[in-house]
Design a protein around this ligand. Structure first.
Ligand SMILES: C[S@@+](CC[C@H](N)C(=O)[O-])C[C@H]1O[C@@H](n2cnc3c(N)ncnc32)[C@H](O)[C@@H]1O
Length: 326
């Protein structure tokens, strides 16, 4: 008997919520890479038995995996989801607990940053996966057109992008991050990649430019999904921050930054990612700016805007600016 197709979007929301949570959890546990490489046998993962079986059965029911004997492997659509898993990890792993406490935050019974917080580790790991899938090609194209020897990655997270770029370009690198956990993970990843002699990781609050070491020797600053942390402190603070950064960098140095622009429509927007991104940033009272506003802030700070490139990540803009040569 043919299955009845039910056109009731409420069930799509349920499916999306559970799928997002399951994929994020399996990525945190390291099971998705195994699943992608050679499939998994749930009983061999050491998970709680009943729930482990139920998890993969659920994914099979939703067409993400299929069973081959006692092993589950990714289907074609499961593989697409695997390639884009960074978005789900970023959302459910990074912001899941905070979103689950939304009632407490809205009613002021809880405060973000004290009782409730995002999980910066999974925000950073998710964002690195997103960058790899949806920004790398554009970044490589931009970097192919400029010359540099030392990359400074502000808000480097787990360091994957920095390692990738140093590998691809022969540059040296310094990664800066405020999170001790991110720095520990980045240091470990740098060692694992064999780049211990080319990349340093420094734990620092990079919103305080004067405490960021080595800027005088860095000719390419990367700041991906970081600058809005400074904008959160106020537009004037952002312009001062960029001005001071510009002063400290050598003449001709580049800054490449990526941010997501707020949706252009306020009602019933069809944008793929913008509204969800803007909403999660609102948990931290962070506002976002569009590429023109970022360009204006960089220009006011003394940089010249070289290029603005649309990323594959919906709503993203890569903005390349340069400190004038003279
Ligand atoms: C969204 S993640 C982006 C990670 C990485 N740039 C990427 O694109 O994948 C933001 C990173 O900025 C770091 N961060 C936030 N505030 C910071 C600050 N004040 N100083 C340095 N790093 C900061 C966080 O710890 C996190 O690793």
């Amino acid at each position: 008997m043919a299955q009845q197709v039910i056109d009731r979007p409420v069930f799509d929301y349920m499916q999306a919520y559970v799928t997002c949570t399951v994929i994020s959890a399996l990525e945190k546990l390291g099971a998705l890479d195994q699943l992608a490489e050679h499939g998994v046998v749930p009983a061999e993962l050491g998970y709680e038995e009943f729930l482990g079986e139920a998890t993969f059965r659920y994914l099979a029911e939703r067409g993400i995996v299929r069973q081959e004997g006692n092993r589950y492997v990714l289907t074609k659509s499961g593989r697409h989801l695997y390639d884009e898993r960074g978005y789900l990890l970023w959302l459910a792993g990074g912001y899941g607990e905070a979103l689950n406490s939304l009632d407490g935050l809205l009613s002021r019974k809880q405060t973000f940053g004290t009782e409730v917080d995002r999980d910066v580790r999974w925000v950073a790991v998710g964002s690195a996966l997103v960058g790899e899938a949806d920004l790398r090609a554009e970044v490589m194209e931009i970097l192919g057109g400029i010359e540099f020897t030392t990359i400074g990655d502000i808000g480097c997270g787990n360091g994957h992008f920095l390692i990738d770029l140093c590998r691809a370009t022969d540059a040296k690198g310094v990664g800066f991050d405020i999170s001790p956990a991110a720095c520990a993970e980045a240091t470990q990843e740098v060692e694992r990649a064999g780049f211990g002699d080319r990349i340093d990781i420094v734990q620092v609050d990079a919103t305080d430019v004067d405490s960021v070491p080595h800027l005088e020797n860095i000719d390419l600053v990367m700041a991906f999904f970081f600058m809005h942390e400074v904008l959160e402190l106020g537009h004037d603070v952002l312009v001062d921050y960029l001005t001071r950064t510009c002063e400290r960098l050598p003449a001709g140095a580049y800054v490449l930054t990526t941010e997501v622009a707020p949706p252009t429509q306020s009602e019933d927007t069809a944008e793929a990612f913008g509204p969800e991104y803007v909403y999660t940033q609102a948990l931290m009272s962070q506002r976002l700016m569009n590429a023109e506003q970022w360009s204006a802030a960089f220009t006011e700070a003394g940089f010249q805007v070289e290029r603005i490139v649309e990323g594959r990540l919906p709503g993203s803009r890569l903005i390349l600016v340069r400190k004038p040569l003279a």
